[in-house]
Ligand binder design. Structure first.
Ligand code: SAH
Length: 456
């Protein structure tokens, strides 16, 4: 193999200036055009780094010593940064918002869509303690059961009590449950030997309802002292109205297994979004940032410019949160979702909120889009809110074949969004308003946005 002629070599120490930040939050320094990615380094900073990895097109380096710090740097407890809970918390919040706007802009330019504008990111006033859901690993550290997090990209477990971006009451409940598990001498999960009992504690909490749910995820079929533990949690935390036991025996990174048993209380909690009530079960997808979700949905509704006369399709509808919000401003909403339980929840949520102008179907969005077209349904607006992998070509084809005036695209991944915009353009749909990022995940690198595509 020919030796690569790279401007840097492994273990080399050199001084660099950071010019950019990647979508993973890594600082970028260019050495004779060769990009080096550096954890925790920010644009404008000068620092000494040590090269740790060299590839053909880019390499990685480790910060050794800072020579000049960014004026936008925030002093943090490094522990959080390392753990990867809040990979952007060393950057001032306004700069985080600008970073998210620029990230979409840069991807558009790369795709030769530089004419598409991106509006400033809508941020939070208090960009901390926002998560309504926690899934925290449980491990044994020096003989003691601990809750915590893994350092980014590693198996190093860091015990923690304050998770910074989670609802503070959720952190309190987590610590209480940890102490109860210790009291009953429950063994924590051991990844290496695939032994022990409790793998994760999951807590969900309603932002408005204040109802909380605790899910104990175990490797074993049985949770020892289940009854006593359940009672102890109920006594210590009266707001926990749902306690569940989930079994996950597999050697996997997936947190929840397929079997869930009710230990006490209800199988779901309730919460409100824009005045609508939703039932949330352990397994169902529910946006994690409640106040920003209200803004996200309201912005999507505003951008769809509904007058009450429209037929709307909500593909990827989950438990129907967007569908129900839109149903109040439309004539009829059709929702489709691939997870059976979520569709059951969506139907139930429509009933609970006394909304009758909705039809929910279980299956693939692609399939149902074609069926609805055969049935002669003519949507004015199609909403899409796909997972990170974005839309398929067949979905874009069947959606545009129905000739809606507007397609409103809620995206959690700018890379697939930009790819999909290009494809929509081939079918005569164009971005007519600036893309609107809404910060659903402060202190992290996740970018959520709304795009309106109109038929030209
Ligand atoms: N709009 C909802 C859910 C968005 S998450 C909300 O804001 O709460 C994306 C949803 O798409 C998930 O519920 C997932 O189960 C669903 N999904 C994934 N692939 C799908 C497909 N091919 N067809 C329909 N739904 C799909």
């Amino acid at each position: 193999m020919a030796k690569l002629n790279l401007p840097v070599y492994k273990k080399q120490e050199l001084t660099v200036t950071i010019t950019d930040l990647t979508y993973q939050g890594l600082g970028v320094a260019k050495v004779e055009g060769y990009p080096l990615f550096i954890k925790e380094a920010l644009p404008q900073e000068r620092l000494v780094v040590r090269v740790t990895k060299t590839g053909k097109n880019f390499g990685y380096a480790q910060a050794v010593k800072w020579l000049e710090r960014s004026p936008k740097r925030v002093k943090t407890k490094a522990k959080y940064l390392q753990t990867g809970i809040a990979p952007l918390m060393h950057l001032q919040y306004p700069a985080q918002l600008a970073f998210k706007q620029k990230l979409i802009q840069d991807l558009l330019v790369k795709a030769h869509l530089g004419q598409v504008e991106v509006a400033p990111t809508l941020g939070m006033d208090q960009p901390y303690a926002y998560r309504n859901k926690a899934q925290v690993p449980v491990r044994q550290v020096r003989g003691q059961l601990e809750i915590g997090f893994f350092k980014q990209g590693s198996h190093d477990f860091v015990p923690l009590e304050d998770f910074y971006i989670q609802d503070q009451r959720i952190d309190e409940i987590l610590v209480t449950v940890r102490d109860i598990l210790r009291q009953y001498q429950i063994a924590a999960y051991d990844e290496v030997h695939h032994q022990g009992v409790v793998r994760h504690i999951m807590v969900r909490r309603g932002y408005y309802s204040h109802q909380a749910m605790v899910v104990l995820v175990t490797r074993t079929k049985k949770l020892p002292h289940a009854e006593a533990i359940t009672q102890a949690i109920q006594t210590a935390c009266p707001d926990v109205i749902s306690i569940l036991h989930n079994i996950n025996s597999a050697k996997t990174n997936v947190i929840l297994g397929s079997t869930t048993k009710l230990l006490a209380g209800k199988a779901e909690i309730e919460d409100q979004l824009n005045g609508l009530t939703f039932k949330i079960s352990a397994q169902s997808f529910y946006q994690v940032n409640p106040t920003q979700t209200e803004r996200l949905y309201q912005t999507a509704i505003d951008q769809a410019q509904l007058t009450g006369q429209e037929t709307v399709i909500d593909a990827y509808c989950g438990i129907g949160t967007i569908s129900l919000s839109m149903a109040r401003h439309a004539q009829h909403v059709y929702g489709v979702e691939i997870v059976p339980q979520a569709i059951e929840d969506a139907k139930e949520n429509a009933r609970v909120n006394n909304l009758t102008n909705l039809t929910f179907e279980m299956g693939e969005a692609e399939t149902w889009m074609a069926k609805w077209q055969e049935q002669g349904i003519k949507p004015d607006v199609i909403m899409v809110d796909p997972p990170r992998k974005g839309l398929t070509s067949s979905l874009i084809q069947s959606a545009t074949a129905m000739k809606p005036n507007k397609i409103v695209y809620v995206s959690c991944n700018p890379a697939t969004l930009v790819r999909d915009i290009r494809e929509f353009m081939d079918y005569g749909y164009h971005v007519t308003k600036p893309i609107q990022p809404v910060d659903q995940f402060p202190q992290t690198t996740h970018v959520e946005s709304i795009t309106v595509l109109s038929r030209s």
